[in-house]
Design a protein around this ligand. Structure first.
Ligand code: FES
Ligand code: FES
Length: 155
């Protein structure tokens, strides 16, 4: 079935089973491979994208449920003001280690700043708790979110 999707500001069509999770459609059908497959069951956050600005686990969202909502992936988040700040802070503080979880981390961090421009450590820990990093970059992630929000970063 041909399904139209608004992804990173472009309308794309995918001819897929309507039950297919969005993550598979992005990666396997449309070649948008920034969102990563980690657990496939909504537990790791590697597949996080935004749906009308809200973070969702794309491995858990049937493509038929997306409708006309705007999907933003890591490929498009740099075109948003907070996405740009988060990506710059990530680069300045050299957050990534292997990098696998980082697209999902950046999507969750950007959504946090969209709803809370000056998050505390507790706010950050709560918002980021669903994004798992096997390389344990959590301290640098927290520092980069502080930097992106214009707050002092502890050395
Ligand atoms: S792959 Fe979607 S939450 Fe882990
Ligand atoms: S940087 Fe390696 S999994 Fe997070």
């Amino acid at each position: 079935m041909a399904i139209k999707l608004n992804i990173n500001g472009k309308v794309l069509t995918a001819d897929v089973d309507p039950d297919t999770p969005l993550l598979w459609v992005l990666r396997d059908t449309l070649g948008i491979v920034g969102p990563k497959y980690g657990c496939g069951v909504g537990q790791c956050g590697a597949c996080t994208v935004h749906l009308d600005g809200q973070p969702i686990r794309s491995c858990q969202a049937p493509v038929s449920a997306i409708g006309a909502a705007r999907v933003t992936t890591i490929e498009g988040i740099g075109a948003t003001p907070n996405g740009q700040k988060v990506q710059a802070a990530w680069s300045e503080l050299d957050v990534a280690q292997c990098g696998y979880c980082q697209p999902g981390q950046i999507m969750s961090a950007t959504a946090l700043l969209n709803s809370n421009p000056k998050p505390s450590d507790a706010d950050i820990d709560a918002a980021m708790s669903g994004n798992i990093c096997r390389c344990a970059t959590y301290t640098r992630i927290r520092a980069a979110i502080k930097r992106a929000s214009g707050q002092p970063v502890e050395a």
